[in-house]
Design a protein. Sequence first.
Length: 324
Amino acid sequence: MEIQVDVRKAVWSRYWSHGIAHSCGGSYGNRYEGSLARFWRTVAGDLPAGARVLDIATGNGAVPQLLLEGADSPIACDAIDLAQPDPPWLAELPEHKRRQLRFHGQQVAEALPFPDTHFDLVTSQYGLEYTDLQRSLPEIRRVLRPGGKVRLITHHTDARPVRLARTELGHLDWMMAPGGLLELGQAMIAPMARAATEAGRAALMADAGANALRAHFNVLQGEATQLAAGSDCPDVLGDARVELGGILNLALAHGAAVAHEAFGRMRRDLDDSRVRLQELVDYALDDAGAQALAGALARGGKQQVEALFDDAVLMGWRIAANPV
Ligand SMILES: C[S@@+](CC[C@H](N)C(=O)[O-])C[C@H]1O[C@@H](n2cnc3c(N)ncnc32)[C@H](O)[C@@H]1O
């Protein structure tokens, strides 16, 4: 099912507004490291002074950050994203570097706000494959100068981030199913609020419906623990369990209304995660897809597609295209 563009824009803008540096939270700390960082530093090292670079689907600018660090001389980097970036690292960037970078939020790759033949290099990491390639590739060709280059890292159908995303989507489906952990957690708010007083607790003891609900909720909490224990990415499940516990404590301490508000925020965060994870899985490229993308960019020029590993872990495709 295709997700509407305004939903995607809102979901990604919320994600970047949390000060997150990049979109591979499960694999790196607050910045890309290892072979991904090395790749971009090598690209940066080849840039001549004054080179004009465009980073597509930049998010919070992980690629521009590495390019600015790796370039030996000043460059001019424009960075666009469908969403509104909110890069936490920008304030710490020295002024002379900051002047080399311009973010353009709420700009899509399918209609680039730049003149023809403007850029020496177009980059994207886990980004270009999210766009409508029928429309974004002609735009890239338009803004790239003759002899300009394209360097990409894309999602790979068998890579770790995609594998983890599939598992996490399964966990979300399990939690969010009708009668699942989330629905029962929400239903538990009212009895927890009643349990704040002695009279309420006495009434609850005699309430068969409330007792059955609590027993069922506890069974699902136990199942969540088991699912998490058997998984190599238990974060979504574990975090949701802890957060639900906090929301029920909130109901006890401050009443149902406050707890329902917190539940609404949690629900929206989970819905957002589901959109981002589903996109990640849907837009990942297999070998044929990666070759086709490189071919469409190079149009007979030099092209290279390689699987990108970090410490023997598959992280994506590395694509180079020098269009003729
Ligand atoms: C997985 S994130 C990658 C962000 C960043 N490149 C990184 O490596 O951390 C994908 C980004 O693509 C952006 N995006 C999706 N469709 C887009 C489009 N059509 N034009 C521009 N950006 C788009 C999203 O808003 C999101 O910020």
